[in-house]
Design a protein. Structure first.
Length: 290
């Protein structure tokens, strides 16, 4: 009898960095084989997505959760020495995860599921062409001008003051001091902060992301979810991110927590068992829909 319990996995990125994750095999059933690659939010460890992965597996979807280099299971002994920027996470690490998922089940339909920053970087890699569907959960443009004045001031303080200062002093950014995220590599912080200063975010012409054209090359369905009580992924900022995929068939949904029987969702609640199960069901049904 096949073993359907989760198992630890490891795989290499193109530059030889060893990444670590967890494979959740799908429960048996009659549905066409599908594999979901969960791309984590900024500094959010993969273990945060375990309950969601278990739910999808029970819904007959194989699931790969993994950590980007420098985070969680893919952490390093000295983060100050890690040469990695935000582009690296998409161009190398996410690409390797997509390849690994494909190798596990070559005939499966590949689905990318990204939370926050993790959703925005599917277009950083040519491997996006292997994905038949993408789900964005609170995936937004980080441009500071798309937020309320309170969050805008907080964002400006971060990108112009606290992030560069603390990164200079420590050699990395201690995101864990102020959020539930883990510490971030210095290269990541520098690149992301530069993007946040531009109205077109990483699609600004001075950055190389637009020139690659991978976002516009994606022409398959994209489900983009945002929540009315999320101050970090506002409706307009999530709309902006969805617009970076001009040839995709975008299913855009802005949801109040009461619509999915939740008291609150915010930026992280969609992946918490206490509030997110109706969102999980919505995602599973969308994945399996023709």
């Amino acid at each position: 009898m096949p073993d359907h319990s989760p198992r630890k996995v490891s795989f290499e990125s193109r530059d030889g960095f060893l990444l670590h994750g967890e494979w959740h095999p799908a429960a048996p059933g009659g549905l066409k084989t599908k594999v979901a690659i969960v791309s984590p939010g900024m500094g959010v460890p993969a273990r945060f997505y375990r309950p969601f992965a278990r739910f999808l597996a029970k819904s007959q979807v194989n699931v790969l959760i993994f950590d980007f280099r420098g985070i969680g299971w893919s952490g390093v002994d000295d983060l100050k020495q890690l040469q990695a920027d935000a582009t690296t996470w998409g161009n190398l690490d996410l690409a390797a995860a997509i390849d690994f998922a494909h190798q596990q089940t070559p005939d499966a339909v590949l689905v990318g599921i990204g939370h926050s920053f993790g959703g925005s970087i599917f277009g950083f890699t040519e491997k996006i062409r292997d994905l038949k569907k993408i789900v964005h959960v609170c995936s937004q443009s980080g441009f500071y001008g798309l937020f309320s004045w309170r969050i805008r001031l907080y964002q400006l303080f971060n990108i112009y003051c606290s992030m560069p200062l603390l990164t200079y002093l420590l050699g990395y950014y201690p995101a864990h001091w102020v959020t539930n995220s883990e510490a971030l590599p210095a290269g990541f912080v520098a690149e992301w902060a530069a993007w946040c200063q531009r109205p077109d975010y990483f699609m600004d012409g001075r950055f190389e992301i637009r020139e690659r054209g991978y976002h516009s090359a994606y022409a398959a369905p994209l489900l983009s979810l945002s929540f009315s009580d999320d101050t970090f992924a506002t409706e307009i900022s999530v709309d902006r991110m969805a617009s970076f995929y001009p040839n995709s068939q975008v299913d855009r949904r802005h949801i109040a927590p009461s619509e999915v029987a939740a008291e609150s969702l915010g930026h992280f609640g969609a992946f918490k068992p206490s509030n997110g199960k109706h969102v999980w069901k919505m995602i599973a049904e969308w994945i399996h829909a023709a």
